[in-house]
Design a protein around this ligand. Structure first.
Ligand code: HEC
Ligand code: HEC
Ligand code: HEC
Length: 330
């Protein structure tokens, strides 16, 4: 197969081409800073005895060899043209020498796992913590007439959400409950992801801080919704062709470029949270939307049935964990 290895290297290293190959592979001594390790180190792939056909097909659409491949189908989904993939193959065949890392932090095998240890309840550290008071004020103004003692009545409410709601025949998360109930009981249009909705969610979550998460799957409907959630987490979608279980399952506890991919347990015991990289408060549905958009799929509306089912599945994975909300993440 004829191709231009220099052009191939440029394409493989170009972050504008779907993130490039270094997001998941180390590729020999010329590897740029902070490569990831979701895929195998390809530094010596040029002497691994792979045929041109194998390399071309793997890059064009790795699913021909591995239907569950975590690698995006670069050719079939239109990231690179056939001629460009030939150049990339020519480059891969030049790779015969292990990488050397001037800075040990560039080596994804040695890079330390990030630890989140900021004081999440200190409003100077976490702007979401400031919103507890804002939510408490809204509660005093609009809710206290019917709920005089929220500290006791709602001590565990937030850790028992989401739940199957038979009247709606769907899984209801905390924020959708707030939107619906504020409308019905207090006449307020506090849509999901509005400031008031998020403030109240933060306040109600803060009341349940330290409580253990509990998921009620006792009804057949709840159990069936949970099982749909498990399946949804495994659906590949978007131009990148990723399922939740690709990044947070097969590739969990690895680096996708400089980002550490978490596993489901520990992912849903600290929402809503402040995202330092976005300067925004996010509820869990915003996070789901972002995880959809970053694989180049369309996000769903925040109250989508599917998000409720995913939320129930993820909550189950976090059962027993103690709530620490609102939290802070990068
Ligand atoms: C999102 C992560 C990811 C990205 C980005 C990625 N790969 Fe991969 N790649 C993988 C994984 C994981 C495997 C092996 C297992 C599999 O198929 O899931 C793999 C396997 C391969 C293989 C087969 C290796 C062998 O042993 O034969 C080749 C070749 C390859 N990738 C090349 C590339 C090239 C070229 C690019 C950039 C165009 C790229 N990869 C980008 C994750 C990725
Ligand atoms: C007019 C009275 C009234 C007002 C005002 C009111 N609520 Fe309620 N609330 C209720 C009733 C009645 C229930 C029990 C509803 C049910 O079980 O369907 C309830 C239940 C709840 C629950 C527990 C739901 C569950 O899953 O069991 C929460 C949390 C809650 N309210 C929060 C609020 C908030 C926040 C506000 C202010 C925006 C508010 N309420 C305003 C009457 C009210
Ligand atoms: C392309 C990879 C990718 C896919 C696919 C993906 N995510 Fe994520 N997700 C990330 C990254 C990167 C982060 C931020 C780092 C981290 O916490 O893992 C993240 C974070 C999260 C978090 C917050 C973790 C925390 O501790 O605050 C949740 C929850 C989450 N993802 C759920 C999902 C769900 C549900 C799906 C499927 C709809 C999904 N993700 C698909 C990459 C992905």
């Amino acid at each position: 197969m004829a191709g231009d290895p220099a052009k191939g290297q440029q394409l493989a290293f170009d972050r504008n081409r779907g993130g490039g190959c270094l997001a998941c592979h180390v590729m020999g001594p010329k590897t740029l800073e902070t490569p990831g390790n979701v895929g195998p180190d390809l530094s010596e792939i040029g002497k691994a005895g792979r045929t041109d056909q194998w390399l071309y097909n793997y890059v064009y659409d790795g699913r021909v060899y591995n239907p569950k491949s975590v690698m995006p189908p670069w050719g079939r989904h239109g990231f690179y043209s056939e001629a460009e993939i030939k150049d990339i193959v020519a480059f891969l065949k030049t790779l015969k020498t292990p990488a050397k890392f001037a800075n040990p932090l560039d080596d994804p095998e040695k890079r330390p796992q990030p630890v989140e240890d900021r004081d999440a309840l200190d409003p100077f550290v976490n702007p979401a913590a400031e919103r507890i008071d804002a939510g408490a004020t809204l509660f005093r103004q609009n809710c206290v007439a019917c709920h005089a003692t929220p500290q006791t009545t709602f001590k565990r409410w937030a850790v028992e959400m989401p739940k199957w709601e038979p009247r709606l025949k769907k899984v209801l998360g905390a924020e959708e409950f707030i939107a619906r109930h504020a409308k019905a009981a207090a006449g307020k249009d506090w849509l999901m992801q509005s400031q008031a909705n998020t403030d109240l969610s933060i306040y109600l979550h803060s009341l349940a801080n330290g409580e253990a998460i509990k998921v009620d799957l006792s009804s057949p409907d709840a159990k069936a919704a949970y099982e749909r959630g498990v399946k949804l987490a495994d659906v590949k979608l978007g131009q990148f062709d990723f399922a939740c279980t690709d990044c947070h399952g097969q590739a969990a506890n690895k680096w996708i470029r400089g980002q550490w991919l978490g596993e489901p347990k520990g992912q849903f015991d600290h929402f809503p949270l402040w995202r330092t990289s976005r300067n925004e408060v996010w509820d869990i549905r915003k996070r789901f939307q972002w995880c959809n958009v970053q694989v180049r799929a369309n996000e769903l509306p925040p109250d989508a049935v599917e998000y409720g089912e995913l939320e129930l599945y993820l909550r189950k994975m976090n059962e027993g964990q103690k709530l620490t909300a609102p939290n802070i993440r990068h």
